[in-house]
Each structure stands twice: as C-alpha cells, then as structure tokens.
Design a protein around this ligand. Structure first.
Ligand code: PCA
Length: 331
C-alpha cells in the first residue's frame, strides 16, 4: 500500500469518525438519567405532556439527558415529591403548586378564589407571579421549568346544591389548604385526599363532595359515586415542573438551553391541551349521567362571599410578595 496524501487523508478521516463515534457512544452511555415523579395518573394530560417533554429532551440532547416519568405517585406520592427533588432523591418532578401553601402563601397565588378564572387570566397571573415564584423556589433549592394550569375548578356533589348551606356537615375532600379553607367556610368537613386516592375515598364514603376540574372527575370516573358538578370557575390551579438545583447546575450550558427551550414549549402545549380538553371533560361528565350546571344565584353569591374572605386572608398572609403579584397582574 502506497502512502499518498489521499490515503492518509482517508485514514485520518476514518480514525476521526471512529473517535467521534466512540465519544458519542461514551457520552450516551454516561448520559444523565433523571427520575421524574408525578402525582397524577399516566393518562392525565399533565402526565402525557411531561412524557412528550421528556421524549423531546432525549432526542434534542442526543440521549445526553434522559428523563424517566413515573406517573400516578408510583415513585413518590404527591405529598413527597417536592421534598424528594429538593434533597436530590429525584432530579426533577411535578406537583400541584398550591399544595405547598403551608410552606409559603406565595405558592397559592393561583388559588385565590375568582382572581383568575379563564385560561387567558391564568397565563397573565403566572407571568405576574413568575419572578417571585422563581426567587422563592431558589430558596427551596429548586429551579422552575414550566407550569401548566388545570381547567377551571367546580363543585362535585351527590345532591343538588342550592346554596352554600347545603354543604353543611358534608365530608369534603381537599387537596390543599385553599380547598380545605373553602370547605370550612362553607360549614363542610375537610379531609385531605390525593387525586390518586379519590375514587377509594368516594366509594368508602370518606368524602362526598369536592372542588376540582372536569379533568379529575373524568380521570377518576366520579360519576360512579357522585351526581352533580357545578361549573363555578373558582380558579385554575397550576401544576409546576421543577429541577433540583445541583442537578440543574450539573448540566452544561448547551443542554440547559435545550431543556429551557423545550420547557417553554411544554408550558404552551400543556396550556393549549388543558383549554382544548376543558369542554370535552365536562361533556364526559354529562355523558356519564352527571348533572352539569352553572351555580345558581344563591350558591354563586355564597361562594363569592367565601372567596372575598379568602382573598383578604391570602393577602394578609402573603404580605408584600402577594401584593407585588397582584399589582403586576392588575397592571
Ligand atoms: N385536579 C387536581 C387538582 C386540581 C384539579 O383540577 C385534584 O383534584 O387533585
């Protein structure tokens, strides 16, 4: 074999290709693998959205970052997810934001009754709250990636509700302090139940009423236990996706940028899906025999009054941070 420039060049090119391949494969072998616990069932639209996000991250990073979604509270239960990610037991996770109101009232900005009652308002409120929320999460060793609203919340019951008084003594399932407070102010008896345990709580009579979107009614087939849903549009609570700060800082800048870009897409896609499905979920409740109706005049007025009380309470608890969010929202 004669060594011409051409054969040398070919050999160099071949060697370079082999080295590149080796580097790529060693990178993908050594690629980061993140666990992503989520509280809601696999078929839920938030979980589906996160799976699409995870898939996009894997493709866009050439397998350098792989996120494994664990739905339905299978890796950590809803109430454990934030702590698991803070402490690095999981690298990324999703939780309903307002469930952390006991740690800071800022986490419940989306659960101030009747403050933001449409998808458009919900997005505006999120934009107003984002800087305050990011600062707060940083103190909790977390980096915010994206947040998606549930469809508007209404009241599920097993009888017709004409006024707030009809909830007196009713066992009322709560999922955060705002739903528990709303129950208390209506004279109902709150009991904390995760969405994943809801069907069981309803079938055993632990709970007989609750506030939630059509999504959770559909996911949990609540028509097997309850008969009415009142479309009160009390709020659009948000789930949020967050990363452990050390795990985040361990990514190179290029990967961080890819993840940030895809997170923005996941936020937009998730909100669009939530809005697109909102009406469909309600149709499903009706199709399965539930009576779906707007709140009557007296019921709406009673909820409005409870909402006013809760708004005052939230503002006094959330102080300057709460006021800053409201000011930015009302601008
Ligand atoms: N569904 C969740 C929270 C908000 C919602 O619409 C639940 O009921 O747990």
């Amino acid at each position: 074999m004669t060594f011409t420039l051409r054969t040398v060049a070919k050999a160099v090119a071949k060697a370079a290709a082999i080295t590149t391949l080796a580097t790529v494969s060693s990178l993908s072998i050594a690629g980061e693998k993140w666990d992503m616990p989520m509280a809601y069932t696999d078929s839920n639209f938030h979980t589906q959205n996160a799976k699409a996000f995870a898939e996009a991250v894997k493709i866009a990073t050439g397998g350098e970052l792989e996120i494994k979604v664990h739905g339905g509270g299978s890796l950590f239960k809803g109430g454990e997810i934030k702590r698991a990610v803070q402490t690095g037991q999981a690298q990324i996770g999703e939780r309903i934001l307002s469930a952390h109101a006991n740690e800071s009232p800022v986490f419940a900005f989306d659960s101030v009754p009747f403050l933001a009652t449409s998808f458009e308002e919900s997005e505006k409120l999120m934009t107003a709250a984002r800087p305050t929320l990011e600062k707060l999460l940083d103190k909790h060793n977390l980096v915010l990636l994206y947040s998606v609203p549930w469809p508007p919340g209404g009241f599920y019951a097993k009888k017709a509700l004409d006024s707030g008084a009809d909830l007196k003594g009713v066992k009322f399932r709560s999922y955060n302090s705002a739903t528990a407070r709303m129950a208390e102010l209506s004279g109902a008896v709150p009991v904390q139940v995760e969405a994943s345990e809801l069907s069981q709580a309803l079938s055993t009579g632990v709970a007989e009423s609750f506030i939630s979107s059509g999504a959770t009614g559909y996911d949990r087939k609540v028509w097997e236990h309850l008969t009415h849903w009142y479309d009160v549009k009390v709020w659009l609570p948000r789930n949020y996706v967050f990363v452990n700060k050390q795990a985040w800082n361990g990514l190179d800048e290029n990967t961080q940028n890819i993840v940030k870009g895809l997170a923005l897409m996941a936020e937009k896609a998730g909100a669009a899906r939530s809005e697109q499905l909102a009406g469909w979920y309600i149709e499903q409740l009706s199709a399965h025999g539930m009576k779906v109706a707007p709140a009557g005049e007296k019921l709406a007025a009673d909820f409005k009054q409870i909402g006013d009380t809760m708004t005052k309470e939230w503002l006094s608890q959330a102080g300057a941070d709460g006021q800053a969010i409201l000011n930015a929202y009302n601008k």
